[in-house]
Design a binder for this molecule. Structure first.
Ligand SMILES: CC(C)(COP(=O)(O)OP(=O)(O)OC[C@H]1O[C@@H](n2cnc3c(N)ncnc32)[C@H](O)[C@@H]1OP(=O)(O)O)[C@@H](O)C(=O)NCCC(=O)NCCS
Length: 214
């Protein structure tokens, strides 16, 4: 009984976000985000409704990063009601304060794990990329020399990806690397400065397959 009541309260609390989602011009992209996050985090929920999946992501422990993505997609809606609902939602579902997403374009399905100290300021990011904590994707010297990141790119913990470079699809950047040069598709780079050591091979496959590495 108590569980049922709690669930109803949760649904009511989550409703403002559903309202914003249903009226957002980016609804299709957010839907893809939700589907991919659930696919990556807990596939047993794949048959849930979209609202149930949204609720799962909102209430799951340590997934505040999902909220950052959600708010990034929603942007600054116009109108008093939407603005108020957004402000209320941000109070109820606080985003990860140490994660900043300011890229002008991010494809659907960006998953960020433990986004502590993470800045995502790419020129453009493809779909279904995976970014870990303490990562910076951004400018090197000038205000606009930012990287372009392909699809299904895996950026491991602590990496920095800097300057006007292109990272190919399915590339993998190893932990604590500093990448300042282009990476071809399917390559694996590591070190400071990062060098390409081999084909990413099946390293990128776990992303394509939707399984987060341990
Ligand atoms: C990219 C990654 C998967 C590479 O692993 P791998 O393909 O198994 O690489 P290997 O173990 O074959 O290593 C190849 C060589 O690079 C070295 N190496 C591997 N990762 C390295 C790194 N991050 N920095 C420097 N050298 C590294 C290995 O020591 C090995 O050197 P050797 O040939 O002289 O013995 C791994 O480095 C990585 O970054 N994993 C993700 C970590 C992560 O983000 N975890 C999330 C925690 S919350």
């Amino acid at each position: 009984m108590l569980r049922k009541i709690l669930n109803i309260i949760r649904k009511i609390k989550a409703y403002p976000l559903k309202y914003l989602l249903d009226r957002s011009p980016t609804k299709a992209v957010i839907e893809k985000d939700i589907q991919w996050w659930v696919h990556m985090i807990d596939r047993s929920r794949s048959d849930d409704t979209l609202f149930e999946k949204l609720m799962f992501l909102l209430y799951a422990e340590n997934l505040e990063e999902f909220r950052n993505i959600f708010y990034y997609r929603i942007g600054n809606p116009s109108g008093f009601l939407k603005k108020s609902l957004l402000a209320l939602s941000k109070m109820m579902y606080k985003p990860r304060s140490t994660l900043s997403i300011s890229s002008p374009s991010v494809g659907p399905g960006l998953v960020i794990m433990h986004g502590f100290g993470t800045v995502i300021d790419a020129e453009k990011m493809g779909e279904n990329c995976l970014v870990f904590q303490d990562v910076v994707i951004g400018t090197k010297n000038e205000a606009d020399d930012r990287p372009t990141i392909g699809n299904y790119v895996h950026i491991s913990v602590g990496s920095k990806v800097l300057g006007r470079i292109t990272i190919g699809d399915h590339a993998v950047i190893a932990a604590n690397s500093v990448v300042t040069k282009d990476m071809p598709p399917n390559s694996l780079a590591l070190g400071i400065p990062a060098r390409i050591i081999k084909e990413a091979g099946n390293k990128a496959e776990y992303i394509a397959d939707g399984t987060i590495p341990a």
